[in-house]
Design a protein around this ligand. Structure first.
Ligand SMILES: Nc1ncnc2c1ncn2[C@@H]1O[C@H](COP(=O)(O)OP(=O)(O)OP(=O)(O)O)[C@@H](O)[C@H]1O
Length: 342
């Protein structure tokens, strides 16, 4: 059973923070309210049988600091005392973490809440603008992150707090817009007949898009992983891989524009996640920007909204750290998601 303590109740330092994706897990320790987080090397979830083993090996065995609390963000719905991860066999058991790691308090959030927390205070050096637009300081923001899946969240400003809104926005429909799209769409693998955004805008989605382009061109696909496709595109070794990466960015710009409309995100739309960071050198900003703004009858509105790529790989950890230090600045409901030692 989780307790009903409020998020505004301060956590005791040192605080272990963790961003646990389907592929990678990133950890840091927060010694006090002012120190920079002490980060640890990124680990692959597949390399450890359990989360507890990963924390023990990747963090606790590397330091003499004993955390008193933990704030973990996981890719999966947080319900109950056993939290399954969507794309990994790990199960998060907060009661077990408290008993075995000597913690007093554990908060488990959704990974896209963490991305939303990250964009509340992302420094300029950790982002790169795609085209124009001017951020409105007190306005809402939004974040999209293609990784193992496609995460989407809004960050709404109300009552002098930031309120992360993490839904399932990665599963909205993605439709064709250009003649080229119309040629490609029939070849995309669907989910129960739908081309959802996540069918295209994530690691396996990039492979889906590449395969569809090969089918249109009557070419046998030569690559099977997202990394092979981006590597071939970066080195200009393969026309279909290059087009797949270019269209991936265009479609992401298109969905980012939709999300901007949903949240009226005059504070900016941010693209996070590992894949986009890897393809920054070959991104064509003008075509992504055009896809973002192509939203009649609201083109003028979109033209004012900034679009950013998050360039800091540990942005979510920084967001979790900001929350862990000052939970009262965030409207985050932790009922059923905060566990305390008896
Ligand atoms: N060089 C690369 N180019 C493109 N995609 C890659 C590359 N390397 C890994 N990927 C893909 O990126 C995805 C993992 O994304 P990311 O690095 O953001 O991990 P993650 O944080 O665990 O993701 P998530 O939080 O969505 O589960 C996987 O689908 C992987 O196949």
């Amino acid at each position: 059973m989780s307790t009903t303590r409020d998020a505004a109740d301060a956590l005791k330092f040192p605080i272990l923070i963790g961003d646990i994706g389907g592929t990678n897990a990133r950890f840091a320790l927060l010694l006090d309210a002012f120190a920079e987080p002490k980060t640890f090397p990124v680990v692959q979830t597949a390399d450890f049988p359990t989360l507890d083993a990963a924390i023990q090996t990747a963090v606790l065995d590397k330091t003499s600091i004993q955390p008193k609390s933990a704030v973990l963000a996981v890719a999966g719905p947080v319900d109950g005392d056993e939290i399954d991860l969507t794309n990994s066999p790990w199960v998060v058991r907060p009661r077990q973490l408290i008993a075995e790691l000597g913690l007093e308090d554990v908060i488990v959030l959704n990974d896209f809440e963490a991305q939303a927390l990250a964009i509340s205070s992302l420094p300029e050096k950790s982002r790169e603008a795609i085209g124009g637009g001017v951020p409105h300081e007190g306005a809402s923001r939004a974040v999209l992150g293609p990784g193992t899946g496609l995460g989407v969240a809004g960050l709404v400003r109300a009552r002098r707090m930031w309120i992360p809104v993490a839904g399932e926005g990665g599963h909205i429909d993605l439709g064709p817009r250009t003649a080229r799209d119309i040629a490609i769409w029939p070849h995309l693998k669907t989910i129960e007949g739908r081309v959802s955004a996540e069918q295209v805008l994530c690691g396996r989605g990039l492979v889906n898009l590449y395969d569809a382009i090969c089918a249109v061109e009557s070419k046998e696909p030569v690559f099977t992983t997202p990394a092979e496709i981006t590597e071939a595109a970066i080195n200009k070794r393969d026309a279909q891989a290059s087009e797949a990466v270019e269209l991936f960015a265009v479609y992401l710009g298109r969905v980012a524009g939709d999300i901007a409309l949903v949240f009226m995100a005059r504070g900016g739309v941010f693209i996070g996640g590992g894949i986009f960071q890897r393809i920054i050198p070959i991104l064509k900003a003008a075509t992504i920007r055009e896809a973002f703004e192509d939203k009649a009858p609201h083109r003028a509105l979109l033209a004012e909204i900034p679009l950013y790529v998050v360039t800091e790989p540990l942005a979510a950890l920084a967001g979790l750290a900001t929350f862990a230090r000052t939970p009262r600045f965030f409207g985050l409901e932790t009922t059923g998601r905060r566990w305390t030692a008896a």
